[in-house]
Design a protein around this ligand. Sequence first.
Ligand code: SF4
Length: 418
Amino acid sequence: MGAFSESERGTSEKRKRGIFHRMIIPFLIWPDHRNPVWPDHRNCRFGRTIGTVLQKAAVSPIVEIYGLKDGCKSQAIREGRKIKRRKDSAGRRMAEEAEEKTVNELAEEEARRFGYEELMRDCTLCPRACHADRLSGRRGYCGQTARIQAARAALHFWEEPCISGKEGSGAVFFSGCPLRCVFCQNSVIAEGGVGQTVGVEQLASVFLRLQEEGANNINLVTPTHFVPQIAAALRLAKQDGLRIPVVYNTGSYERVETLRLLEGLVDIYLPDLKYRSAEPAERYSHAPDYFETASSAIAEMVRQVPEAVFEEREDGSVLMKRGVIVRHLMLPGLGMDSRKVLRYLHETYGNRIYISIMNQYTPMRRFESFPELNRRVSRKAYERLVDFAIRIGIENGFIQEGGTAEESFVPLWDGTGL
Ligand code: SF4
């Protein structure tokens, strides 16, 4: 270490005497700081004190006016900025807390008004049964509080033809998901990272607006964790003239008791049956009980809507008005499991339900832990599955033609229509 310079020694001696601790009023030490023997005070306590005092007094421009030596001045300004940042972030935190409080209060008010307070206070809506107090802003596995969050409400053209029709399906995409499969194509909203909060009445208005825009139906996408809120919104919308069918579009990890809340409100059930075996269900969806749970849920859906009803239009198109379409998305390497799923559905329901065999699996990212998911399903494997379906006697079904879906089929989660 080199020798002390004149200025450092001076500062050190003054510190020893405790002068700097007392120098709060600028003009008392002003002459010293204009003294050229103290040319630059990068960590000058005086500068910090001045910055603090001036920032607290909201007169930071005064630092400029006094014309402090460069080191002190920049130290004062830096300190002032630091305090301002702290103040800003404390302010932001307070605003967020206030907003959260308001959101929770609104959620509580709605829950009381529409009669689902108890269900949200100790949530067991889905088989995860987290017992989360969602009314107090807690989040369970689905990632959602009691206030509805959704990412988009718009006409959607990529469902089965009898659902989308030419005019499109009025799809409302809810944020969060109780299943959260690793290969999810909509993982951004499933994880609850996007979306905006929507009140029950506002949701009812969204349904009515989609009807006005010409939607063939209201398509509730991943609605499980908001069933009581959605049921309340549907009742309001129906009172105000909602006439188009309501589609419940789900991954099928559902409790029968929850589905019963929708009896008479849903016209078309569009559930998945993803796996027959526990192993892939655990590996990809953390739900080894998936098949037992989903098959009971589908049985309840068929009980509520036992018959398929279609409307044939003059232009030759056909729209579903009531019924159940079970979807099965083929995954790479799970051909045998897919066959078991199709056999189970056909043996259990015959031609009472429709089966949609999908090949649109697209890896949305590179999987380190699931390398088998890093490819699409081959055309040959898909065709073999379709041949199998025909061989076992499935007649009411949908297949996908052409290649797998492109990423562009994933809509923008920008709050459109909410
Ligand atoms: S709906 Fe959400 S909070 Fe409720 S049990 Fe399911 S995952 Fe848990």
